[in-house]
Design a protein around this ligand. Sequence first.
Ligand code: NDP
Length: 444
Amino acid sequence: MSYVDEVIERVVRENPNEPEFHQAVKEVLESLRVVVDANEEKFRKDALLERLVNPERQFKFRVPWVDDKGQVQVNTGYRVQFNSAIGPYKGGLRLHPSVNLGIIKFLGFEQIFKNSLTGLPIGGGKGGSDFDPKGKSDREVMAFCQSFMTELCKYIGADTDVPAGDIGTGAREIGYMFGQYKRIRGVFEGVLTGKGLTYGGSLARTEATGYGLLYITEEMLKSKGMSMEGKTVVVSGAGNVATYAIQKAQQLGAKVVTCSDSTGWVYDPDGIDVAALKEIKEVKRARLTEYKNYRPNSEYHEGKGVWTVKADIALPCATQNELGIEDAKALVANGVIAVAEGANMPTTMEATEYLQKNGVFFLPGKAANAGGVATSALEMSQNSERLSWTFEEVDSKLKGIMVNIFHNLDDAAKKYGFEGNYVVGANIAGFEKVVDAMNAQGIV
Ligand code: NDP
């Protein structure tokens, strides 16, 4: 049995009930086969892949808090510190009822390669809780965040592990967590990114993942002699990534006709109104059913359906495994040119293969949504030098990073004979740097 197959089998055996983690490991190791096979003897002797797929450490903890009725609630908190070969652990905190250890491990594992691709000195980690901020009062969210941070603060720090936002963790949650960290540890330091602008946050961090997604998509299209100008785009999600992806796509001259949330989706033939979307989601924290009040010409549909709309570009920006094989078939039948992942692993492996086989340019999330973490790293730099850069400065650095990522993965794919396969390109480019650092640091 090949070394790659052996390690995949072992991961499945030793981590039961963690299907998302298995999926992420398989996807990465499958595409690294060409590199691993060429170095099989050395990698096997050093147990390199075993060390890569086992987190350096992981924490699971109780998070008790009191709701508005005086009832004590108990959630579970997680932080997985996956790999620190190239820098302090870095990765978001997800607050969603679906969160479990397997999901955090899949996200943390992907984060290693994503962070490496940015070219910045950040290792991979991820955390979160099964707490659901939806429908909770501000006081309840604060009570949860304070309790969560009371435990988490023992394991993180500006030079060790720097969490950020993710699904369910926005500016409000980061603020409450930062306040509690400072209160307990007594230090004002860049321990979290995605902070508010008045206390160490970076301009353009809010926009970074969505904007970065469009910068890399535009660069890929450019390499094919095309551009976003005049393209019709379908987007899923209505959160942070989706909102700013829609905004930047529009700035680049495209028309975005859909967005969605966990209950339904909107089709707006005149192009999504970003101001309305922000008011519904960021201010009112309401459902997309409200969108029709702002745009009477639009349609609201319950359930899933974004991928059935005819478009040139598809940008999944909601959650994992939201674009399956039937969705991929519908997109191809409608002549889609490119799919770029704003979310983490939104496309199933089967759907990814189908898209690639049918000539669709496919940019995987670990490259396409790396703008968020890259700008978080820029926030860390600003915190360290106690300065803040202008929006234009951060945005232009972000653009440079995304353009670089595209060329790195394009070159890696070509170097190993997989021209145009950006999944292989991204995994190899991310992997090579991490492996080099791991080898240099000995068996740790
Ligand atoms: P948000 O919480 O701001 O938005 C998530 C959106 O996806 C919401 O519209 C939400 O619907 C929808 N959604 C969440 N879960 C589901 C589900 N199970 N089924 C259908 N829809 C769902 O999160 P972000 O925009 O920050 O994150 C979106 C994705 O991007 C995630 O995969 C995240 O890991 C990834 N990502 C985020 C980065 C960032 O900087 N924020 C960086 C890199 C990746 P509703 O409004 O109903 O809650």
